[in-house]
Design a protein around this ligand. Sequence first.
Ligand code: AMP
Length: 475
Amino acid sequence: MLSSDKFREECGVVAIYGNPEAEKLAYLGLHALQHRGQESAGIVTSDAERLHAHKSMGTVADIFTEEVLASLRGTLAIGHTRYSTAGDSALLNAQPIMVQSNKGAIALAHNGNLVNALAIRQKLEAQGSIFQTNSDTEVIMHLIALSREQTLPDAMADSLRRVEGAFSLVMISRDRIFAARDPRGFRPLAMGHIPAGPGERREAIVFASETCAFDLIGAVYDRDVKPGELVIVGPEGISSRFYSPSPAQSSCIFEHVYFSRPDSIVFGRSVDLSRDLMGRQLAREAPVQADLVVPVPDSGNTAAIGYSAESGIPFRLGLIRNHYIGRTFIEPRQSVRDFGVKLKLNPVHSLLDGKRVVLVDDSIVRGTTSRKIVRMIRHAGAKEVHMRISCPPTISPCFYGVDTPSKKQLIAANKTIDEIREYVGADSLAYLSLEGLKKACADGEKTTYCSACYTGQYPTSFVDVDEIQPAHTLE
Ligand code: AMP
């Protein structure tokens, strides 16, 4: 095992081929994918002669004013929205990354993390390559530029064979859009089309991390880009090739647990359906006598509906979320306990007072949020709080594009379930079993899933050894 780059990001990508308003469609697509990253966003378009780019820190609606969009001319576009905790969050790392290469101008937008990026980068730097960012994506750019293959499709296929890990990516050149997924299919990438309107010759072809982006731009979902597939859309039409033989598919199960929107089809399956079944299964596995089922909004909503339906315990919105939280806020000098969580969530006292509550959330990572929420619900008068989590204990970090902390900070890696229950202050605590989760996501039918965050069994051989040490072995 090698030590990988500590740079981790969560992202959404979108691409449009063949629409006179490509920039606006990319913008709207990114808007629908905003939940996948709120730190920076960018769009690159092509007008068949030149690429035009704009990227900035902030949210999609703030960055892309009418004036900015007017400067992004073209009929082809790619877009990216990004969140990163580790590594440098400067604008330099915002995507798409655009370069002038010996194979022409290209820009790339990438969702996922490579596990051998650092090793490749060190090798290239030793040979004289100069890197401008610390993102994995630039490694792919260098490999494309350095490839001995003459054409861009061949150079891209050659580069993708050399990297390992998670990548769902879209690339734009002067006259083509490229879309590819890693051979294990870790992260999602859907493909669709916008039917030709009156007077238009051809339908537009679109790609996005999630199908909720298609709904907003009037696109029809056709299929996923397959693991190990490179799809190229150009003047000659659509072509597809498998650049690498696929090992067993290992798509991220956490997309269904938390990350994707419930109105999306991800890995060919409705996220809403998976979450509803997770909740139902959780109710069967961990029943409890209670008066109300209350979700932690929004992440626990659908599983809580499933839990309520299966158990017959009424579903009530006992916590209300304030959606209008800006980037900055002013904290009162006399510090209010749990101020951060209170900004976001407020309990409905009249509902909770004197009640036995089943509190449903998707996951516990460090445990700090759950602890504050349980305390909040008790302060609102709840008699009992029974916490139910719609996935198994998160015991190991993700190296494939979900931002989880190292094992030292994962509460379930360092405490028993009863110790976690005590820490969060609940009367009872239960997690969904791995078998139950896999069943809810129809594992083994259309998709087989990666569940390394729950098992510590990684499908790739390169993982960061420092990150998977539990706390007690480091102290
Ligand atoms: P914690 O306080 O660390 O236990 O946070 C748990 C909360 O974070 C849960 O309500 C989850 O919905 C949410 N969560 C879990 N994973 C992630 C992630 N990768 N990015 C952002 N939020 C997350």
